[in-house]
Ligand binder design. Structure first.
Ligand code: HEM
Length: 446
């Protein structure tokens, strides 16, 4: 058997490292990098011994490694999202599900969802106060929740209203429970697990109603939502997805896609207000019908403020040689997205927010990894990108976002994603008719 070689790391007991992880989850990793370099071994409260990497070559190698050697982490997600959830599947079963799920999230399909995102954004913008600060995060959460319910679940009417009320509560509770061991004995209906399972049963009933309506509606072919696509999709052996599988997968898409997209949008507001020059250029670009700088800005927001700061894999073979390290079977490897995105050899002047670095170039998908990478790369990446583009386009078109000289907002961990600490504060004004050529609208408004 190969000799195990792990990177160095702190030798403080698990309980002390757990305390640090819980009290300073986002500050801890940069501190360890300063002390031990770009790879270190930690005692993690959930994963126990884990190796954290951020060297560009080692990250690329890990993301390109086959799932037979390094695959998803073993965490409790199957209990919360259901056994058919993409997050709970590995190997062949995972490959099969992805094959059905990837097509509806690409190309022509996405254009059909733009209308929904724009409608939801216009509705929210109408509620924004004028000329006084407010947090944009709650608005962004409503836009992304409503978009997923309509575009992914195909929900409307009573089901839309019920899911909108139920799902945020269920997801908040479920994301906490996913990190805890499953109780060996039933703790009753009032325990956190008891409450979660009651919500899950209600959720499954609502989805069953949506499926029945879709199957009985006679217009399945014409429908563009992802639930309708799932009902029509077939595995290689010709069989259809079961209703339970569809229910698990829809919940997975919601959990993965709602808060992540909303948080990134709140960061976009936070960053843009602190970079008036970029904000001015973006407003001009919208007027001219362009999109290149807006796309580059989305890339740069995600590089400098990756809302999921870590992705993980678990070694499934003996003696996996990862760059300088030889890792034992079962070893957890965590990729620090934030550290990789700050690497000067990959992104020169990495601490500077500069969307122009991505102008007219697509990022390398093994170095720019806010959506993870390889066989488990985010299924909804193109959907999220479309959504963020339409929200920003509509916001820049219909309002003037005022710049600020205040210091940047701090990171705040919300469980699933890390958000700006003050919720992405904005001050907006209605847009007045286009100013004469040569004038500087954003600066004037400020
Ligand atoms: C800005 C928004 C988003 C961010 C930052 C994000 C980030 C991520 C990350 C980091 C992963 C793990 C990838 C890995 O382990 O390599 C992931 C997986 C996933 N995401 Fe996203 N995501 C976003 C939006 C969405 C949306 C809108 C959807 C669907 C509607 C979605 C669905 C998924 C699914 C299903 C997976 C699991 C993929 C698998 O295990 O095969 N995500 N996402």
């Amino acid at each position: 058997m190969a000799t195990v070689t792990l990177p160095p790391g702190p030798t403080t007991p698990l309980v002390v490292q757990t305390f640090h992880a819980l009290t300073a989850p986002l500050r801890g990793i940069p501190r360890l990098r300063d002390r031990y370099g770009d790879a270190f071994t930690i005692n993690h409260p959930v994963f126990r011994r884990a190796v954290v990497i951020s060297d560009p070559g080692e990250v690329r190698q890990l993301l390109l490694t086959s799932p037979e050697i390094a695959d998803n982490l073993d965490i409790n997600l199957g209990q919360v999202l259901g056994p058919a959830s993409l997050f709970a599947l590995r190997g062949q079963a995972h490959r099969q599900q992805r094959k059905l799920l990837v097509p509806p999230f690409h190309g022509r399909r996405l254009v059909a969802y733009e209308r929904i995102v724009e409608e939801e954004t216009v509705r929210e913008l109408a509620t924004w106060p004028r000329d006084r600060p407010f947090a944009t995060m709650p608005s962004m959460m409503r836009i992304t929740l409503n978009t997923i319910l309509r575009a992914v679940f195909g929900a409307e009417g009573a089901e839309f209203a019920e899911l909108r009320e139920l799902l945020p509560r269920a997801v908040t509770l479920g994301s906490r429970l996913a990190l805890l061991p499953l109780p060996r004995v039933s703790l009753g209906g009032l325990s956190p697990w008891g409450r979660f399972w009651a919500m899950r049963r209600r959720y499954d009933e609502i989805v069953e109603r949506l499926i029945e309506a879709a199957e009985g509606g006679g217009d399945l072919d014409a429908r563009e939502d992802i639930l309708a696509t799932m009902l029509q999709s077939r595995y290689d052996d010709g069989s259809a997805m079961s209703h339970a599988e569809i229910s698990d997968q829809l919940l997975t898409l919601l959990v993965a896609g709602h808060e992540t997209t909303a948080t990134t949008l709140a960061w976009a507001v936070e960053r843009l207000r602190r970079h008036p020059e970029v904000l001015r250029e973006l407003a001009e670009e919208v007027d001219e019908g362009g999109a290149a700088l807006r796309q580059a800005t989305i890339y740069e927001v995600q590089r400098t403020r990756p809302v999921i700061d870590i992705i993980g894999r678990q070694v499934r073979a003996d003696g996996f040689q990862l760059g300088r390290w030889t890792l034992p079977r079962g070893c957890v490897v965590l990729v620090s997205i934030a550290l990789l995105h700050e690497d000067e050899s990959v992104f020169p002047d990495a601490r500077t927010f500069d969307p122009h670095r991505f102008l007219d170039t697509r990022p390398d998908l093994y170095q720019w990894i806010p959506f993870g990478g390889g066989t488990r790369r985010c299924v909804g990446a193109a959907f999220a990108n479309m959504e963020m583009d339409v929200v920003l386009r509509t916001m820049l078109r219909d309002t003037v976002l005022l710049p600020t000289g205040e210091p940047g907002e701090r990171w705040h961990s919300r469980g699933v994603a890390s958000a700006p600490g003050r919720g992405g504060l904005a001050v907006v004004r209605d847009r007045t008719p286009l100013a004469p050529e040569g004038s500087d609208r954003v600066t004037e408004a400020a």
